[in-house]
Every structure is written in structure tokens, then in C-alpha cells.
Design a protein around this ligand. Structure first.
Ligand SMILES: Cc1ncc(COP(=O)(O)O)c(C=O)c1O
Length: 413
């Protein structure tokens, strides 16, 4: 049995259209499902009591290189030209610095393939704008990144959820799930997946490409966490395995490796797409924020990224281990959880029948926030699961937060 969603809101998303009876909305408005994750940011900002925040996928506040960025700002942002419109495809100095930074990595690329975007989200939106017509079938992982599936739904896509295990999307099931249909696109988060933390194995990456080629389907290779590996061996990105295949549309971002508030990312695509991406972006935001691009140019040119990543990886490993230890202590009898080798997230499945959407309010009152599992399925699967971000919380607070979560579970149960 496959489950599909078309323009349907998840159970706790903001899908309602206020005033829909009186205003002449476009049809696509019914597909705007919003994001439980982003709504939880607003909700948390309004709370005044102490909360351990495992909800958002933000880098640790203390890991944001604010002092280095302030130094770069003093120099780069003191000139008026840093506040002008930028080239739509990206500020040329950032293009250059990024190409240099990526040289020799799995994401090495060329200028004609690179378009700077307003974060990874704009990369996903641009993809859908260019490729997704209402009714098009898009395969998403199950669970998947809420905002990615919400973007596809906002363009009228029909989503097909493909289950994920410890090795990422179960690619071998795809043909059976599709039952003779050809998807327009397959959306994967191959490394330290949001939300499960799973990594798509090399064999599955290769098989996914093979299948996509046989169907003529686009592959959205959304890989924001690959550089945050703290255990195991690196894998080639799908972009690299694709070797320039026009079917691969790679979405990348500085949000997780530097800072999300900068809102800068990039897409790496077949050169044929660049003029279309530029047209689409000009009709959307003209250009990506120039001061933020200049800050990142200074950061890359100054050679800060590699040192920064080394520190981040070590810290995130410590935090994941702290979360594992805390889960073992407080949830060993009633849950199981994943063991990511990098990235930000753990996926916990409760085995005592507790519904994690119902748990949310009680946990918030108890002083801990997480994202309920249903947020990661367009058809509301995973009522027994939750996503925890270990990256943004220090180890002692992680212990406190997990203890609070257990108290909340006991209250609800
Ligand atoms: C898989 C994935 N893709 C895209 C994004 C969005 O990135 P950005 O904040 O750069 O828009 C995120 C952020 O959580 C993510 O986890």
C-alpha cells in the first residue's frame, strides 16, 4: 500500500486559508501547508520559561563564528557598494571564493553550474518552479524534511513517500511503490538525513541514479550536512556520482556550516538551467542579500571554513554522544533511536503508545521542545516518533532536556 498526499496539510501544519470564502485566492493557496518546524521557532520565541530546545535545526549559538564575521564586516561592509543590488547568479567574488573552496571536494564545480541562492530553501523552490507542474509525482523520503515536501506541495505536486531505514531511502522498493508510474523528481537528503540522521549508502546512491536515468526523473540532491561528518568514512555526493548528469539538481547551503540567518546557499546544476534559474530568481527576489554574500566571501577567502568545521565536528560528536547517553538513561525501557555519523538530528521512536504530537504541549510546559514525527510525513505518519536536534544544546543541558522529556512522557502516559 502506498500513501500519497496532494495539497493536503499535515496534522499540525498551518494549512488553513483564512478568509478563503471571501477573497479570490489562487488555487495553489490550498497547497500552502506551512512548516511545523518554522512555526515552532515563533512559538518558542514567545515562551518566557526555561526550555531546552531540541526543536530547531540550528547550529550551536556558540559555534557561529560571530567574532570572525564581525571582523570581516568591519572591513567588507564599510563600503556603500556592499549594499547595492547584486548579480542575480551571485556576487562574483563569492562565486570565485566558493569555487576555490570546493576545489578537490566531492562538490567541486564550475562557474557555469553555480547559482547563489537565498539558502537551501530557495534552491528547493527554484527547482519546483522549473520542474513541478500541478499533479506531477515527486518521490520524497519517509520521513522527509517538512519544508522540502511543503515546497513541492505548494507547486501542486503529488507526493509519494518512500520509507527510510538506517541506509537512507529504501531505493529497491521504489519500482514497486511507483507501480508503473514515472516520477517527475526524486527528493533525497542523502547525508545525515533531516530528520532521521540516516545516510544513503553508496550502493543506494548509485542505484538511485540508475533508476532516475531509466525513468528520466530529476534527482534533487539536498545535502546540507555532509561536511559535518564526525564518524565513519565520507561518501561521494550524488552530485559527484552523477558526473555532470543534467538530471541531478544539487542544493547546498551555508546555513548549517556557518549560520542560518545569513540566508545564503547555492545550487549546482546543468549549465543549461542557469539562465532559467536567473529568470526565476529575478521574478522572485532579484538577487541574494549582498552584505551576507560579502561576509561569506571574507570567511571563505580568509580560510576560516576548514578550521571552523574541524571544531564543529568535534563538538557535535560530543553532543550526539551526550544525547545517546541521556536517552539510554531515561528512555532505555521505552524507545529506540538512530545513531547518525554526523549532522544535527536523532530520530526517536517511542514504544509505549505515546502520541508525540499530544506530547508536545506537555513537554513544552515541562521545559523541553522537539518536533513531533508527523511533521515529517505529508500523510501524518510517525505519530510515535520525534526529532531531536543535538547540535544546538550543550551536553549538560542535553541531559536535563532528555530528563524533562521523560517526565513529560510519564505524565502523558
Ligand atoms: C535537508 C534540508 N534542506 C534544506 C534546508 C534549508 O536550508 P536553509 O536554511 O539554508 O534554507 C534544511 C534546513 O533545515 C534542511 O535540513
Amino acid at each position: 500500500m502506498t500513501q500519497e498526499a496532494r495539497g493536503s496539510a499535515g496534522p499540525s501544519s498551518t494549512g488553513a486559508v483564512p478568509g478563503a470564502k471571501t477573497l479570490p485566492y489562487a488555487k495553489r493557496v490550498t497547497g500552502l501547508v506551512g512548516s511545523v518546524i518554522d512555526s515552532s521557532t515563533s512559538l518558542l520565541h514567545k515562551q518566557t520559561h526555561d526550555i531546552v530546545r531540541f526543536a530547531m535545526g540550528s547550529p550551536a549559538a556558540e559555534a557561529v563564528p560571530s567574532a570572525i564575521l564581525a571582523g570581516i564586516a568591519a572591513d567588507e561592509l564599510s563600503r556603500a557598494d556592499a549594499y547595492d543590488y547584486a548579480a542575480t547568479e551571485g556576487d562574483p567574488p563569492l562565486h570565485e571564493a566558493l569555487l576555490e573552496t570546493l576545489r578537490g571536494t566531492s562538490d567541486e564545480t564550475t562557474a557555469d553550474r553555480l547559482t547563489i541562492t537565498a539558502g537551501g530553501m530557495q534552491g528547493l523552490d527554484l527547482f519546483c518552479k522549473l520542474f513541478v507542474d500541478p499533479g506531477d509525482l515527486v518521490v520524497v523520503e519517509s520521513p522527509t524534511y517538512t519544508n522540502g515536501s511543503a515546497t513541492a506541495l505548494s507547486y501542486g505536486a503529488q507526493l509519494l513517500e518512500a520509507p527510510v531505514d538506517a541506509d537512507g531511502m529504501i531505493v529497491d522498493n521504489l519500482e514497486q511503490l511507483l507501480d508503473g508510474r514515472r516520477p517527475k523528481a526524486i527528493y533525497t537528503i542523502p547525508t545525515f538525513q533531516n530528520p532521521s540522521g540516516a545516510t544513503l549508502s553508496l550502493e543506494r546512491r548509485q542505484r538511485l541514479l540508475e533508476l532516475a536515468r531509466s525513468w528520466g526523473s530529476m534527482v534533487i540532491d539536498d545535502d546540507p550536512y555532509a561536511l559535518l561528518r564526525f564518524a565513519g568514512d565520507p561518501l561521494p555526493t550524488i552530485r559527484e556520482l552523477g558526473a555532470g548528469d543534467p538530471l541531478v539538481f544539487a542544493v547546498r547551503t551555508f546555513s548549517k556550516i556557518v549560520a542560518p540567518g545569513l540566508r545564503v546557499g547555492w545550487v549546482d546544476t546543468d549549465p543549461e538551467l542557469q539562465p532559467l534559474l536567473i529568470n526565476a530568481k529575478q521574478a522572485m527576489d532579484t538577487c541574494t542579500n549582498l552584505p551576507a554574500q560579502r561576509l561569506l566571501t571574507g570567511f571563505l577567502r580568509g580560510g576560516h571554513l576548514e578550521d571552523h568545521l574541524v571544531t564543529q565536528r568535534a563538538e557535535y560528536r560530543r553532543r550526539k554522544e551526550a544525547m545517546h547517553a541521556a536517552l539510554q538513561e531515561h528512555f532505555g525501557d521505552i524507545a529506540r533511536w538512530t545513531d547518525p555519523e554526523g549532522g544535527f538530528f536523532l530520530w526517536v521512536t517511542l514504544e509505549n503508545g505515546v502520541n508525540t504530537a499530544e506530547l508536545f504541549e506537555i513537554a513544552l510546559a515541562e521545559g523541553v521542545a522537539f518536533i513531533p514525527g508527523t511533521a515529517f510525513s505529508p500523510t501524518g505518519r510517525f505519530t510515535d516518533a520525534l526529532r531531536l536536534c543535538f547540535a544546538s544544546t550543550k551536553p549538560d543541558r542535553i541531559h536535563e532536556g532528555v530528563a524533562r522529556l521523560r517526565r513529560a512522557v510519564d505524565k502523558l502516559a
